[in-house]
Every structure is written in C-alpha cells, then in structure tokens.
Design a protein around this ligand. Structure first.
Ligand code: ZN
Length: 502
C-alpha cells in the first residue's frame, strides 16, 4: 500500500508541475504577453498539453489509480475522495473513442474564432454548422458515458456540479419561474427616479486603481500570496496552491462601477482559494469545491456584501476621497439605489442581481430542449428571442445581443450556465445561516470583511475540494439546498428598494 501511494504521489507531483506551467502561461497570455508571440507559444503549449494528457491517462497512472481504488477503504478520507474522482474521470475517458475525442478537440480549436466572427457579423447561420457539430459530439459523448442513473443532459450537468441534475435544477428554476418572474415584472414597471448624472462623468482609470487598493484592504486580500493585474475580462486563477492566487480587472472610465464590482467578485473567488488548507497544496484536492460553490462566494461578496448599504456606509467616504468632483453631492441613499437599480436587459453579463437568474433560466430551458430534441439548432435564435420576450419583455434586435452573446457553447460547455444561478442561490442560503450566528452586514462597519472571511474559511474554504458539493454545501449552510432562501432574499431586498409590498 505504501508503495502504491508513493507511486501515486510521484505521478501527482508531475501532474501538478504541468498544471503549474499551463496556468502560468495562461496568466501571462491574458495579462502581459505581446500580441505577436502566440504562434510560437501555441507550439510549446501543444507539447506541454500532450505530455500532460499522456501522464493523466498513461498505463502507469491507470494501473495505480485502479489499484488504489480497489483498496480505497484503506485510504484516508481525503485521498479516498481524490482517487474516486480520478477513477471516474479515467473511466469516462476510456469510453470515448480516441479519434473522436481528438476530432472534437480539433473542432474546438477553431470554434471560438468562428463564434467571434459570427457574433461580430451578428449572424447565427455563420456559427450554425459548427454549433451543430459541437452539439452532435456532446450528444454522442453523453451516450458513451451515460449510466443507469445518469442519462442525457444530466451527464453534463453532473460534470459541472456533481450531484446536480435536471431533477434538482427543474425544481430550482420552477421556483424562479413561478415566484420570481412575476415579482421581477412588478419591479420592472417601476422607475427608481434617481439622479445618476454623476455616472456620466469620466472616472480616470489611474484613480480607479487607487480605490482598488482600498478594496483589497477591506477584503483582507493577502498581498504576500496574491496580486492583481489587468486583462480584457476579469478572472481569478491559482497555481495549484493557496500561496499564489491572482486576479485581474478591467477599467472603463465611463462606467466606474464596473471595476469596483468586478474586483469584489474576483476577490470573493480569490478569498476562497487563499483560505484553502495549505496542507492540500501537494494534492489535487485543493482549490474550490465546485463551479457553483465558487460562484456562490464571488457573488456573496459582490452582491450580498458589496451591494449592501452597510458596505457603502463604511466605504463611500473612501471612494469620495478618490473622486471628490465626480461624487460631489451624491448621498449614500442615491449611491445605494444606483448600484441596485434593476432593469430588463439583453446581455447576461451586464444584468443586475435581480434579473440575472432569469438570463440563466432561459439558457437552461434551451439546453434542456436541445438535448431532448425538442428544438433544432437552426431554430435556436427564434426560441431564444421568444423566451427573452416572455420573461424579460424585451425584443431581441439581433443575434449578437441574443443567442450569440456567450462564448460557452463554442467551448462545448453545455450544462455550465445553471451553476451561475445556483451559485447565487447558494450564497443567499449561506447568508441566512451566517446571519443566524452574527449580524453579517453590521460587521462591515468595522471596515473589514475579516469576521466574514474567517467564518467562511472555517465552514467551507479550508476544505478545498476534499468532498462533493452537496456535502460541502451542507457543511456551510447547515442544511440541504433550498431555493426558497434565494427567493426570499431577493424579494425582501428589492421590495424595500422599490417600495413594494413583499
Ligand atoms: Zn465568477
């Protein structure tokens, strides 16, 4: 047994080194690399990826994992869980014919580019042939790997959030459809009537960056183990360790709030990564517990804390110091309403906290219908536009602002979207639990999220990905997931802002 474990640890060490190199190169690609370097870079990355793939699926690896899996009852719980996950992934790879998998990867190699061109031209038909191929492969893939309990679209949903299938998501989105949508429609008929002329001024990027340093202090961001840079789209990454966690931001001088909430969001992800138990650094069980759990943390910090009145009671003075001219005469109340204004919009990534899950619900409905053969890819724009009209009351003027807006399908990601909404809903239930133990928003008056960070570290973050999402969630929320908390949270917050009876 000891020999087997040592053998596994040796393979894992090498795997982590490849992952490290890959992440470091990606970080450099998105933040600093000069435009002209990418042809050469793709050659080097191709070699590294191939070696990594061989290591992951090679004979020795398969034999060691099979042997450890057979004797899993003798392993410590962390290694037992890690081996079970590895074994499941390897078994899946074995079921897919190698040539088909390679063809699919090749297809994906050009798909983002084709999607970007189609989006630019706002023409679904340009993307359609490729979309059909990607979907066809995913349907075939599902057939190869499906089991008695996990079939069709459920296979993919379960891959992005273990233990969550249409059974759970149907229940979740049904609550949104029957209870949230009518409430949102009421909110959308109201106008908050705030004077937002301050938002039409320029907020120099250099000054915005100054405020980011303040936000880092508020969120207790550990600068010895993390840093912030710029990229086109904000994101967070780690290097296989909680000792090096980095995030990016993007500054718009005519949309100053964007960088503020992106930073809080990304620092939510980063706090999760940084607070994982350092003992997990040498394992593959570090990092966040799942897609939705990760998103629950970023959205908790961004929306529940970052868009609260208490947060800005503590931090508006600092923002005002950086932008005295731009924010002259803007009261806390006006600022609070401004950052929480809800409006029907076409683009998911720009949607406010209240309408956001509806955008996700639309994508879930469509993906489900595609995998059930209820709609054909050619009819997707029409189906999309109908749903946007039905739930948000908007006419979609073109494919660019409709069916072509997100890159996910071009990456072959079906089943990913629902985790975004699930994350927000997780956050609301975690918030309720936290509030039952201390006054969460009031603690922000201390000028720091320290108490909150520590609570989350103790209940969730330190465990990394040593358990399945349902178990991790129960550990932090004290109960199984229940969408009612999310509904209650949104209705309470927005009824107050909009002067509606809840
Ligand atoms: Zn996120």
């Amino acid at each position: 047994m000891e020999k087997l474990i040592a053998q596994y640890e040796n393979i894992r060490r090498r795997m982590k080194a490849y992952l490290f190199a890959n992440n470091l190169a990606n970080w450099d690609s998105t933040t600093e690399a000069p435009k002209g370097c990418f042809d050469n870079r793709s050659v080097q990355m191709g070699v590294l990826n191939e070696e990594y793939y061989k290591l992951q699926t090679g004979e020795e690896t398969v034999a060691v994992i099979d042997a450890l899996f057979a004797r899993r009852e003798e392993l410590n719980p962390i290694l037992k869980h890690e081996i079970a996950e590895r074994k499941e992934a390897l078994d899946k790879i074995k079921k897919v014919p190698m040539n088909e998998y390679v063809d699919f990867m090749t297809l994906l190699g050009s798909s983002e580019h084709v999607w970007a061109q189609a989006k630019k031209a706002s023409d679904w038909k340009m993307f359609l042939p490729l979309f059909e191929k990607i979907l066809a492969f995913q349907k075939k893939y599902v057939k190869y790997v499906e089991t008695k309990n996990l079939k069709g679209y459920d296979v993919l949903l379960d891959e992005f959030e273990k233990g969550y299938t249409t059974k759970e998501y149907d229940k979740f989105f049904e609550v949104l459809k029957t209870d949230l949508v009518p409430f949102v429609k009421k909110v959308l008929t109201k106008d908050l009537q705030i004077d937002d002329s301050f938002n039409k001024q320029l907020f120099p990027a250099e000054k915005q960056k100054q405020f980011m340093l303040h936000l880092q202090t508020v969120m207790n961001f550990d600068k010895d183990h993390g840093l912030m840079k710029e990229s086109e789209h904000p994101f967070t990454t780690n290097f296989g360790s909680c000792t090096d966690v980095r995030f990016t931001n993007h500054y718009y001088e005519n949309l100053f709030a964007s960088a503020i909430f992106s930073a809080i969001h990304e620092m939510g992800h980063a706090t999760y990564e940084m607070q994982v138990d350092p003992a997990l650094d040498q394992t593959l069980s570090g990092g966040g517990g799942s897609m939705a759990l990760h998103e629950s943390q970023s959205r908790f910090y961004e929306n529940i804390l970052g868009r609260s009145k208490e947060f800005w009671r503590a931090n508006l003075p600092a923002l005002r110091k950086v932008f005295p001219k731009q924010l002259k005469g803007v009261s806390l109340e006006t600022f609070y309403r401004f950052i929480n204004r809800s409006q029907a919009s076409l683009i998911r990534t720009e949607a406010d906290e209240l309408t956001y899950p509806i955008h996700v619900m639309i994508r879930y409905d469509l993906e489900r219908a595609l995998f059930n053969d209820e709609i054909a890819p050619a009819d997707l724009p029409k189906a999309w536009n109908q749903k946007v009209k039905e739930y948000l009351g908007l006419d979609v003027p073109n494919d660019k602002e409709g069916v072509l807006q997100d890159v996910h399908w071009a990456w072959g990601y079906f089943g990913y979207f629902p985790t975004y909404a699930l994350g927000s809903a997780y956050a609301a239930q975690i918030f309720a639990k936290m509030n039952s133990e201390f006054k969460v928003l009031k603690s922000l008056e201390s000028g720091s999220t320290k108490q909150i960070n520590e609570w989350l570290k103790d209940r969730l973050h330190k465990y990394g990905s040593t358990k399945y999402p349902k178990e991790l969630f129960k550990g932090v929320a004290g109960a199984n997931f229940d969408p009612k908390y999310y509904l209650k949270y949104l209705v309470k917050k927005y009824s107050k802002i909009y002067g509606l009876k809840p």
